[in-house]
Design a protein around this ligand. Structure first.
Ligand code: MLT
Length: 325
């Protein structure tokens, strides 16, 4: 018998799949506190988490039987992969499940930003009829710069083409053919992209090279009035630098779905700015994406524990450790 601990809210389709597997005992009471998660960890053979649970050394030390941790979603920034490897725990994610939803959300933010839709909506709700205040910008003929050209960046590129946007992308890990196949070009230096883009959309993972990539120095390379969409990770942005650029008008507007800390700290300087629109990390929040995320995470756990099959492993070096033990 394997004990499966689900300390975050996982959708019902995934839970139903897990419940059908006779070798599994499921503990999924809904979103669990850190204390409750630590208390339940000693029995767990597998964990399925979303973004609310952090898998760090402390949690791993409480979980001596843990074999796999599956991130139901894409970002594994809440998993200490090196610590998982040391503990012989295979860390996996479900990278395909929410690509389309996240890409659609980025496009929705782009349109809402270009036409100030949330601000216009708020104005009408306040009883005003202010047609002059909300002069928008057409996407047609503008240049969209995609920073990060993985699954979501590519899905955004495909969708953005129908608006007549010209597109360029920066991603040092993607071969030119991939971009050419989608009819756009990759630039070798991020500055080249910043200098050309009228709209920037961020789709990179956070690592030492991309953390706070949007900062005073890179903003200085951007066109005046550029619009920035971030449906990837808040840590790609230096909050103070972007806030200053939004206040000065150097950056014309931003649409933010993600924040360095979530929910954002009350003193986050990006909050409350009139030329910023906000959503609370909704990229993957569609029924379709959550069904896919839940069922793919359930599949990953059953494949690993029952069939000894591991897909989408984020710490492949763990197999060296497991091979040695
Ligand atoms: C992801 O990494 O999968 C998305 O940001 C959505 C989420 O965190 O659940």
């Amino acid at each position: 018998m394997f004990n499966i601990l689900v300390p975050d809210n996982l959708n019902q389709a995934g839970l139903d799949m897990l419940a059908k597997i006779k070798e599994f005992e499921i503990y999924a009471p809904g979103k669990m506190s850190r204390e409750d998660t630590l208390a339940a960890a000693p029995k767990a053979h597998a964990m399925i988490i979303r973004s609310d649970t952090t898998v760090d050394r402390e949690l791993l030390e409480h979980a001596p039987h843990l074999k796999v941790v599956v991130r139901a979603g894409v970002g594994v920034d809440n998993i200490d992969l090196a610590a998982c490897t040391e503990h012989g725990v295979v860390a996996m994610n479900t990278p395909d499940a929410n690509t389309i939803s996240t890409a659609e959300h980025a496009i929705a933010l782009m349109l809402a930003l270009a036409r100030q839709i949330p601000q216009a909506d708020a104005s009408m709700r306040a009883g005003r009829w202010d047609r002059k205040q909300f002069m928008g910008m057409e996407l047609y003929g503008k240049t969209l710069g995609l920073i990060g050209f993985g699954r979501v960046g590519r899905a955004v590129a495909e969708r953005a083409q129908c608006f007549g946007l010209m597109e360029i992308a920066y991603d040092p890990f993607v071969p030119d053919e991939v971009a050419r196949h989608l009819g756009l070009s990759l630039v070798p230096r991020v500055e080249q992209l910043l200098e050309q883009a009228d709209i920037l959309s961020l789709h990179a993972v956070v690592n030492d090279a991309t953390r706070e990539l949007i900062n005073a120095e890179t903003i200085a390379h951007m066109k005046d009035g550029v619009l920035i969409v971030n449906a990837a990770r808040g840590k790609l942005i230096n909050n103070a630098d972007l806030a200053a650029a939004l206040k000065s008008g150097k950056v014309g507007g931003a649409a933010l779905d993600v924040y360095d800390v979530e929910p954002p700290d009350a003193d986050n300087p990006l909050l409350g700015l009139p030329n910023v629109i906000y959503t609370p990390h909704l990229g993957a929040s569609t029924q379709e994406a959550q069904d896919a995320v839940g069922t793919q995470a359930a599949d990953a756990v059953s494949n690993a524990l029952i069939k000894d099959r591991y897909d989408n492993v984020r710490n492949r070096d763990v197999f060296n450790v497991l091979g040695q033990s």
